[in-house]
Ligand binder design. Structure first.
Ligand code: T4K
Length: 393
């Protein structure tokens, strides 16, 4: 169904609420210029630019501490980190994953010549439903690739029980979950490996980048070799590899940014609470459930636009755009509806009712620490007035 209207029958703008400048879904957190000066000067002086230099090694130690892991590996982006995690465990056949995610999750499976199998999601947390996972396990299944969607942790205990029963690996796409805690510990401690994205749009970023953590030391050694063309300690190519290294500028940038993350999380929590408060009287707006044992630095402000709201998600999306608010439909369409995956038998919409319902209603509103509370009030007022305004035109 196409909900967009031609310019001729669009409702007039609510001029008093329209933003003069675009408000994007997020705004990259950056370090101060001052904090970057010394490391950049040092990099330029030593001319050590890449290949596991001083700053990359320091960042790996710091990230490991931050995530409660004994070791971390950093990469030029999160997608390659995840792709190498699959290769590092020599997975084959089929991997069960979620359709409600960024395309990278499904792509890394396909790039490894493995068939992604899509499981339905929980209607409240938007994360993979362990019962749905279990129904899809076949003799070809080698792993579960689960996503902590918008940072909200999966049901890690139930997923672990399912995996243990069938001897499967569990890899978490924790792209959104840097600093998240669940069940009294870091989310990075669950599963056989977790990938964190450090893309510019993430609260902690290294421009582009990502990290892997795992309790399996031999696995991390293998992946470290794969990240660098397969070179081993003796300088010989021991395994299939690729170039997935992070460079020294990125690592120095990340080290300078990390001290800012805690303050950013506090500011985002304030923004999140303001949205919840201001939208509480708007019928039909629903939220992702955050279980009580979870500590969540908010990376996203997802809402579901339900039928009681009065207009569709797409109508609200367009209305906000016209008022210069660039909310995003993360994640629509589902991976299972994308041309390269929709022919798979698990992509049948009848098997994915919750994922379809969420994907058709989801909207991520702008969220970043220096978004003024007054701007949030104005966005909420636009959301409050949109149904009557759109319907009356
Ligand atoms: N798994 C999951 C579940 C993921 O969500 C992702 C990435 C991955 C794996 C893969 O990790 P990486 O390989 O990326 O490390 C973005 C990001 O490119 C992508 O990293 C992210 N997920 C995905 C959810 O969103 P776009 O196309 O929405 O980004 P873009 O360029 O439209 O940016 C959104 C807004 O962010 C802009 O309107 C303004 C702001 N922004 C953006 C950039 C690039 C900045 O302020 N500065 C910037 O440099 O994909």
């Amino acid at each position: 169904m196409n909900h967009s209207r031609s310019a001729g029958n669009r409702p007039p703008l609510l001029k008093e609420l329209a933003f003069p400048e675009p408000i994007f879904v997020t705004r990259a957190l950056v370090p101060s210029f001052h904090s970057l000066q010394a490391p950049l000067k040092n990099i330029l002086k030593t001319r050590r630019l890449t290949n596991e230099g001083e700053y990359v090694l320091r960042l790996e130690k710091t990230i490991a501490q931050h995530l409660g892991a004994s070791r971390s590996l950093v990469f030029c982006n999160g997608t390659l980190a995840l792709q190498l995690a699959i290769l590092g465990y020599r997975l084959t056949g089929e991997i069960i994953t979620t359709p409600f995610t960024f395309s990278a999750t499904a792509h890394v499976i396909q790039w490894n010549n493995i068939t992604p199998v899509f499981a339905d999601v929980d209607p409240l947390t938007f994360n993979m439903d362990p019962a749905s996972i279990e129904r899809l396990i076949t003799r070809r299944t080698s792993a579960i690739l689960a996503v902590h969607v918008f940072g909200v942790p999966c049901d890690v205990r139930r997923i672990q029980r399912v995996a243990a029963r069938y001897g499967l690996k569990v890899i978490y796409d924790a792209a959104h979950a840097f600093g998240v805690e669940t069940l009294g510990t870091q989310v990075a401690r669950f599963g056989d490996a977790s990938m964190f994205s450090f893309h510019a749009t993430k609260m902690f970023n290294t421009l582009e980048g990502g990290a892997l953590v795992s309790p399996d030391k031999a696995f991390l050694d293998r992946v470290a070799r794969m990240r660098n063309f397969g070179f081993g300690n003796e300088g010989e190519v021991e395994t299939l590899g690729i170039n997935a290294k992070m460079n020294e500028f990125q690592a120095a940038y990340g080290l300078s940014l990390l001290p800012r993350v805690a303050g950013e999380a506090v500011r985002r929590a304030r923004c999140y609470a303001r949205y919840r408060q201001r939208l509480s009287s708007v019928p039909g707006i629903e939220y992702q459930h955050i279980p009580p044992h979870v500590v969540l630095p908010h990376q996203y402000m997802p809402i579901l636009v339900g039928p009681a709201y009065g207009i569709t998600r797409d109508e609200l999306f367009e209305f906000l755009h016209r008022h210069n608010v660039y909310a995003r439909k993360y994640f629509y369409p589902l991976c299972s509806a994308m041309p390269i995956y929709r022919q798979l038998s698990s992509s049948n919409p009848d098997n994915l009712p919750n994922a379809h319902r969420i994907s058709e209603r989801i909207l991520c509103l702008p969220l970043y620490g220096d978004l003024p509370l007054k701007a949030i009030d104005r966005i909420c007022e636009l959301i409050r007035r949109a149904p009557s305004h759109v319907r009356s035109s």
